[in-house]
Design a protein around this ligand. Sequence first.
Ligand code: GLU
Length: 296
Amino acid sequence: MTSSPQLNRDIVVRFAPSPNGLLHLGHAYAAMVAHDFARERGGRFLLRIEDIDSARSRPEFVEAILADLRWLGLAWDGDVIFQSDRFESYARAIDRLKAMGVLYRCFCTRSSMRLAQEAGSQIDGPDGPIYAGTCRHLDPDFAAERARSEPHSWRLDVAKAAAMTGPLEWRDERHGQQVTCGEELGDVIIVPKDTPVAYHLAVTLDDARDGISHVVRGDDLFASTDIHRLLQALLDLPTPIYLHHPLLLDESGSKLSKSRDSASLSVLRQKGRDGYALLQDLRRGIFPVGISLSKA
Ligand code: GLU
């Protein structure tokens, strides 16, 4: 157990896994950093299940997440929060952004974007290719007509939004003060073709709704924070303090990931490993794998 200082209602931290696979050691580390950050300051530690993608989220992964956290000895406060209970609030924010004129319909498909990339009209950003803006200047009436028969997503017009807000600041406890115009990831998707809301908007709304004072999460989401900061400014939401922590790596130096089948916590748990001892090792900096200290 970590020490338990006086209760501090101003500190609220969350762990926000997506139940689309089994958690691995990197998640144990992320949950521990967020949990200990809250507990060392007498704050609250919330668990939010980010299950907006109904095609990929599965109840058995939710069960595994809860069992893994209990096995690690990480207790959360209050009820588990589910994003799938909150679609109405996301829809209201989407309407508001549409009314502000900062969203546009995008008809691009994966294959048309691959062609754009091959033709060199897309550049790479920290999260993969940056959208070339093909649909940004479509006539809205024409796009609305086309939308009657063609699947489409809605993207954030970052340049237009940033022109409304001006440069924005946010603070990271590890990486220092940041200034952004939100452009690093390009015009991100806010409403995907097949789900009611995308990660960037849901997480920004929920961090405000849950009263998160400190967003503690991995460096892989560092670049996303510029977009979240922009959405906060557009929607009059408070800006938490951020702490992006290092990521655990595997033996070959790659980031652990669900899709790479990195050793899952469930497997270790079912093999009878001591979860609490494992977490104590992570706390002491004994990593069974590597660690990346840079954001890139
Ligand atoms: N749900 C996200 C994930 O599992 C993390 C969200 C966040 O911490 O901002 O990668």
